[in-house]
Design a protein around this ligand. Sequence first.
Ligand code: MD3
Ligand code: FE
Length: 217
Amino acid sequence: MAAPLFEDDSKHAYPRDYLGPGTAILEGFALQYEAFIQNALLEIAGQSPFRHMTTPGGFRMSVAMTNCGALGWVTDRKGYRYDSLDPDTGSPWPAMPALFLKLAQRSASEAGFPEFVPEGCLINRYEPGAKLSLHQDKDELDFTAPIVSVSFGLPAMFLFGGDQRSDKTVRIPVVHGDVLVWGGPARMRYHGVMPLKNGVHPLFGGHRYNLTFRKAR
Ligand code: MD3
Ligand code: FE
């Protein structure tokens, strides 16, 4: 870890490529969008409510999900895939708000991916105890595009591994307003989220929200 520029930078300012080539941790980068995003999430969930999907193996996911944009990520007994329709409503997913796209593209540019055009945004809602086991994101057809991850609400501990499930993992604390970008050589790295701890966030209450912007095809 590089020396901090200022005394009180010690908890912040990760150096470039801290987690390896193709990664970027943009601390607080989404803070200026918090009010807009809070409102947008209410509108999106009003059209396509958060739901606990089922894995192909038959397990109920502890994380509740919805999507916005042209393509949404879904899972059920038939498998993982992207779909232009919400299976619960039979309608297209809510449109991606212009500011979501702007935030995603600004983030990707900061991380060295200026061409990024996401087609969908998967929205994960964590309640205390909810977690995401170590996995790779491999349901997209284009691995040259990065994934942009934006976190709001309660803090979480992120697990970041290598290209093999058995590679050692590091823990990265992620808080309200943080943006993480994974592309290029980092795109297929295993990752997960530790069980969420209890708490109350002033804006988002007892939940954590994570938005992942993806180019699906
Ligand atoms: C590292 N969500 O929805 S994205 C997911 O906090 C997911 O809910 C996380 O993992 C969450 O699939 C945050 C983190 C992420 C996404 C893609 C990656 C990390 C990645 C691709 C390669 C390496
Ligand atoms: Fe993932």
